[in-house]
Design a protein around this ligand. Structure first.
Ligand code: NAD
Length: 243
């Protein structure tokens, strides 16, 4: 890849990564849109019909328990593991994810900004407290907070705003990135898709890895077409030669 010849990289380089559902596809977690999406499964469609506001309902938790059960049988893949390895190498490394499956932290990533929350946590709609719910199946659905209120999944639903502090942190690191990797996201969900564009505008080299072309493809510095679990380890091997 031409860009790798020109790219200057050191341990001090500020490296930012944005991941989407595609990074977990090879772990067996279905993506959201396109071929192989969750909605190809009739069970997902049926359960999703019963999920909805105010989000702390039995119907919502039945859908989430199905998703949590599915993810509990999945393992981090080579892409998740490579990202955890990269974090050990750079002094400034931040992983921003739209995923709610928790596979990045299971792979060992530490500095992770979860833009859309985490399916292994619940949130109290009354006092906002976030509670770990690491086991599935849950003893009771909906799970009940210590204050007596039914918890909702700690996941941003369509139309809901992102946590302002998490979004601010993501914008800040994107603005200051030297190298920005965009992996396995269709780039149609805002504001996540604006982050690589912010990085580009501020002069970062932006490399996309995706099975298919995306709305971001025309703008990025370079695109690698293919599976994340195959192509990220290869890219990392090349990048390491420059360090
Ligand atoms: P998306 O489903 O819109 O897009 C997935 C992208 O991944 C597509 O561009 C597809 O071409 C690409 N892809 C598929 N398999 C790939 C592979 N093996 N390697 C590389 N790329 C691959 O996902 P999104 O952009 O993340 O947006 C979906 C929204 O749904 C997000 O907000 C996210 O929170 C949520 N979601 C999360 C999960 C999860 O946590 N794993 C799963 C489904 C949906």
């Amino acid at each position: 890849m031409e860009i790798l010849r020109e790219l200057r990289l050191s341990r001090k380089s500020r490296v930012v990564v944005l991941t989407g559902a595609g990074v977990s596809a090879e772990s067996g977690v279905p993506i959201f849109r396109g071929k192989g999406s969750m909605w190809e499964n009739p069970k997902a469609r049926e359960l999703a019909r019963r999920a909805g506001p105010p989000w702390n309902t039995r119907g919502t938790w039945e859908f989430y328990e199905w998703r949590r059960g599915l993810v509990s049988r999945c393992e981090p893949n080579a892409a998740h593991i490579t990202l955890a390895e990269m974090e050990d190498f750079f002094d400034n490394f931040c992983l921003i994810t739209q995923n709610v499956d928790g596979l990045h932290t299971r792979a060992g990533s530490r500095n992770v900004l979860e833009l859309h929350g985490n399916m292994w946590k619940g949130r109290c709609p009354k006092d906002g407290e976030i509670v770990d719910l690491p086991k599935t199946p849950l003893e009771k659905i909906p799970p009940i907070h210590s204050c007596g209120e039914a918890l909702r999944p700690h996941v941003v639903q369509f139309g809901e705003p992102l946590d302002p502090a998490t979004l601010r942190a993501a914008v800040d690191v994107s603005r200051n990135a030297d190298l920005f990797l965009v992996i396995g996201t269709s780039g149609v969900v805002s504001p996540a898709r604006d982050l690589p564009l912010i990085a580009l505008k501020e002069g970062a080299v932006v490399i996309e890895i995706n099975r298919d072309p995306t709305v971001l493809t025309p703008y990025v510095t370079a695109s690698i077409r293919g599976k994340a679990a195959e192509n990220l380890p290869k890219l990392w091997k090349e990048l390491k030669k420059k360090l």
